[in-house]
Design a protein around this ligand. Structure first.
Ligand code: ACO
Length: 430
């Protein structure tokens, strides 16, 4: 039996259809609300608004569930790799051996930037934030591929998607080298995705970087865990831009900008800055917890809380375990890890965080792993962007393949001045 929603407005009754997703999520379809009633919905921050139907990622924030194309994140983290998961997200199924080989070959063939792109790096000041360089360079690289501008067809999409996944990593490493005044290291075709990134970051002309297997595993896991997260701020931005039929690179560059903010992807950098501040002040975390609870302090416990998760973020659980394993394998310690563990324990036993259902999110421990690998703090959000690229591409593909896709254009309730007459300068006062 189909369920309808009834709204009573001004003595009249209006009916709206409902829809249900494959995991039982329910929505009231209100696309005819304004034309029927003259009203729109108002939902600042979109906490109750479904912007699309999507078959890519499922989250149950109350139960702490995350699945890519139906596969639990825990299983993928244990058995898969970032590149296999990228294929899964974009094409909807786990690749066969041949499909995975073709996909990997396409990534390798498209990993080198156009040589002229190198001049663009020269134009940035030495201390530019790598996220600024990343978004600018992704957008600029679209100029080198005229095929991007035409209508999307399957073959073109495959190449451009591979190019973007591969080149975002090359651009990221080049940005880092440039910001340190180091010579650029080119990718090696023989290397796989994650080793190649570390090679471009850390190999010198006179010394090849040789990562430990535990480091490779930890970094690949970080990319995999960040690969998609349904309609978050940056993915919604990518979909918004894509809905205007802007090209894939322009849409992804906009996603990078949205990701940069400290309330979103920038939180991994903010967590380490917070832990450093706590460490430098000699606090064991207790003072900071009190500050984070005080709305007037302007501080928050970074890496805690999530719009959707009202439970432990499943990615944080996996990352925390990986962090412990990496530190054990490398025989290292970090005072910031100890502070983070104390903060977590204190927060999970504090009624402020318990009542608001604030738990560690993916960013709480990921920065500590990246620090252990030798990734500089300002590159943390860039690594998030590398990981999130397949998710953005999958969402872009969903938009361009949907024959019903329309330009995204929310409405507003105007609260500014009503009509006014223009006042000449001499009558305006001082
Ligand atoms: N520290 C202290 N208090 C917090 C925190 C925090 N980290 N997060 C939320 N709160 C409080 C809010 O002050 C609010 O309290 P109130 O009800 O007394 O006013 C309540 O918890 C609800 O918080 P909102 O801001 O309404 O939650 P929202 O869903 O809008 O924000 C967000 C979610 C942005 C993630 C928030 O929890 C936050 O700022 N966390 C820290 C930044 C962070 O880690 N971001 C990464 C998110 S994951 C990602 O993007 C990959």
């Amino acid at each position: 039996m189909s369920i309808t929603a009834k709204i009573h407005l001004g003595g009249k009754e209006f009916e709206f259809p409902t829809t249900e997703g494959s995991e039982g999520e329910k929505a009231i379809e209100i696309s005819s609300l304004r034309s029927k009633t003259g009203y729109i919905t108002l939902d600042e921050g979109y906490g109750n608004t479904g912007s699309c139907c999507s078959a890519i990622t499922y989250i149950d924030g109350d139960k702490g569930i995350l699945r890519y194309r139906g596969y639990p994140i825990e299983e993928l983290a244990e058995k898969s790799s970032f590149i296999e998961v990228s294929f899964l997200l974009i094409y909807g199924h786990l690749p066969s051996r041949d499909e995975l080989r073709r996909f990997s070959d396409l990534l390798t063939q498209n990993q080198v930037l156009h040589e002229n792109m190198k001049h663009h790096f020269e134009g940035f000041p030495q201390d530019s934030h790598p996220m600024a360089m990343l978004s600018a360079m992704i957008n600029a690289s679209s100029c080198f591929y005229p095929g991007l501008m035409g209508s999307a067809n399957r073959e073109r999409f495959d190449i451009h998607a591979a190019r973007l996944i591969s080149q975002v990593r090359t651009i990221a490493a080049f940005s880092y080298r440039k910001s340190r005044g180091l010579p650029i290291t080119y990718p090696k075709p023989a290397y796989k995705y994650t080793p190649n990134f570390l090679h471009m970051m850390f190999s010198e002309p006179y010394a090849e970087y040789e990562p430990k297997v535990e480091v490779l595993r930890a970094l690949d896991l970080i990319f995999l865990l960040h690969a998609d997260h349904e309609q978050n701020c940056s993915t919604s931005t990518v979909r918004m831009v894509a809905s205007s039929q802007a090209n894939l690179f322009a849409s992804a560059a906009a996603g990078v900008c949205a990701l940069w903010g400290p309330l979103h992807g920038g939180a991994n950098q903010a967590v380490i800055e917070m832990l450093n501040e706590i460490h430098a002040s000699g606090d064991d975390g207790r003072r900071f917890i009190e500050e984070a609870k005080d709305k007037n302090s302007g501080k928050r416990l970074m890496g805690f809380g999530h719009r959707v998760y009202r439970n432990y973020d499943p990615r944080a659980r996996i990352i925390k375990k990986a962090c412990d394993a990496l530190f054990k394998a490398l025989h290292i310690t970090d005072p910031l890890l100890e502070i983070a563990q104390r903060l977590e324990e204190a927060a999970l036993n504090d009624s402020y965080f318990v009542e608001r259902k604030l738990y560690p999110n993916v960013d709480f421990y990921s920065g500590i792993i990246m620090r252990a690998i030798g990734i500089p703090t300002e590159m943390f959000t860039v690594l998030f962007a590398i990981g999130r690229m397949p998710g953005w591409i999958a969402n872009f593909k969903e938009i361009i393949e949907d024959p019903k896709s329309r330009i995204n254009r929310p409405r507003q309730i105007y609260v500014g001045p009503t009509v006014q007459s223009y006042v000449p300068m001499e009558e305006r006062g001082k």
